[in-house]
Design a binder for this molecule. Sequence first.
Ligand SMILES: [Zn+2]
Ligand SMILES: [Zn+2]
Length: 181
Amino acid sequence: MMESSVAKKEKQRTWHQAMTAERRCHWCGGPSVKEYANACEVHLEFVRGHNRRSKQKQQEHRVRNRLCRYCGKRPPRAGRSTCGECLTLKARFQREKRLRLATVKVDLLMDRGLIRLDEAAARIGVHRTQVHRLIRYGVLRAHRVHVREHGAHGAFWLEERQVEKCRATRLRRLGTMSGKE
Ligand SMILES: [Zn+2]
Ligand SMILES: [Zn+2]
């Protein structure tokens, strides 16, 4: 006897719910991976491969039909596979992603004992332009980081150890200079 399609659907739904609740794969009933409630490693990879392939097919289809590879709605720019609007959207997304990363990075930099350029200048006792010069001459090593509040050119972060060494050298020089006078 054939099962009715309604009963079959209902059975599938119950199975799916049960597997999700028990954190088991809804294909094979095996244990789920950490990031998904109801897919095991094997079946997750299977689905991902399938999605990758179908996305690729979709994009190829769009290119063949002279449509933007991303949205499939507008014609692409001359000699390109994407439209101008998608380009703008992609650029914005990437900028936002970069800024998100930068914010995380600042916390990380502080954790690693790196200090901002202004603070370094104050510690050494020189103007910030002098610190810039030291960085350019290779006396001080700096890490350039792009942070939201520092505009397009990014900000310099210096190693605390080097800054302290630089401060000591400067104080010593000042001492000998005043000694000669
Ligand atoms: Zn599975
Ligand atoms: Zn587009």
